[in-house]
Design a protein around this ligand. Sequence first.
Ligand SMILES: C[S@@+](CC[C@H](N)C(=O)[O-])C[C@H]1O[C@@H](n2cnc3c(N)ncnc32)[C@H](O)[C@@H]1O
Length: 381
Amino acid sequence: MRTEPDVAGPFGPGVRRGREGGTELWLPAAPERRGPGERAPVFYNPAMALDRDLNVAVARRARSRGPGRVAAWEMLGATGVRGLRVIAESDWLDSLEITELHPRALEVARENAARLGAAVPIAVGAHDARLPRPDGRRFGYVDLDPYGSPLPYLAALWAAVDDPAIVGITATDTMVLAGATRGACERLYGARPVRGRLGPEGGLRILIAALVHSAASAGWRARPLLSYVHDHHLRTYLAVRRSPGEPPSSVPIGTIEEATWTGPSLGAGAPFGPLWLGPLAEEEWVRGLEVPATAARPDEGRRFLARLREEAAVDTPFYYEPNELARALHLAEPLPMAAILAGLRGSGARAARGHPRESAIRTDAPRPVVLDLVRRLAESR
Ligand SMILES: C[S@@+](CC[C@H](N)C(=O)[O-])C[C@H]1O[C@@H](n2cnc3c(N)ncnc32)[C@H](O)[C@@H]1O
């Protein structure tokens, strides 16, 4: 965020006129550091600017190739930065409603909405987003960006989606979903987490499974358009349609059992899940995403999106890393990532870099084949 030097504004010295991406707003002066951001009466986390850049990219993609402009509901607005950036930096929305509980945040969001000068109606109102909307309105885009878990808000969300709709959902209880707190994931999500190196992706897959299940029980079919792990948070965009009910066998949700699992090693503790075992993204959809010229973090956004595009072509659950393969094979040093990728492709497997970590490699080759190939590559060097 860029902020102007202290100009006394209507909200006191803590909230200043600033800019995120292509949008000018009143924003609290929050420190630029990675992580979930501190809860505050008027919440703003500059570390999420890249995430909001991608939100704008999603909006532009939906506008250019989707059925048309839609009404949007930002359930947990804080300053309104997310929805207001989508309004100001894309042409997707024909109206926006922002709800929030904290009175100070509401004041800031109202002023931000009024000062935006948008050509479409924006309403800012007090509402407990855990409760169904009293007006029964439905929206083509709903955004849910909570502190922690999105679960308490899902009933209200499904009651407010149009047919079809896109929903954007964040979870910042990554530690729970990634198994850092023993038992918490089972209690909250009814799923056994993957722990350690692959925990965050396991958490993303547990989250998507829980969202798809929850949607189905409200009569909706939900499928990921784009999903990722980034820093401390998980985010997924789901395409939602009314569904009379799908046979459970057609929904790629399941548990991973040690005896039958041939992907990357998930460590001790199987069975894991239930997890979403289908694609994290729709390949064609992700290929159409572009970092907007107005982005707050254009270079980081382009690098991240390049990874997401690459892995969408080889969207298999979990990933290998050269150092983890070297450890498993007792090699003196890890092979270069490029050599492993080329070796896998040369053997006829599909292989791509994955998004969760710099050195992540996704492939459809089973683990014994991957290990054998890396061993042979190491011997031939
Ligand atoms: C993580 S922040 C939202 C961040 C915002 N979307 C952004 O991009 O900056 C969560 C917000 O939800 C608000 N909130 C918490 N519980 C709520 C509830 N039950 N109903 C409505 N708002 C709530 C908090 O006051 C806080 O401003």
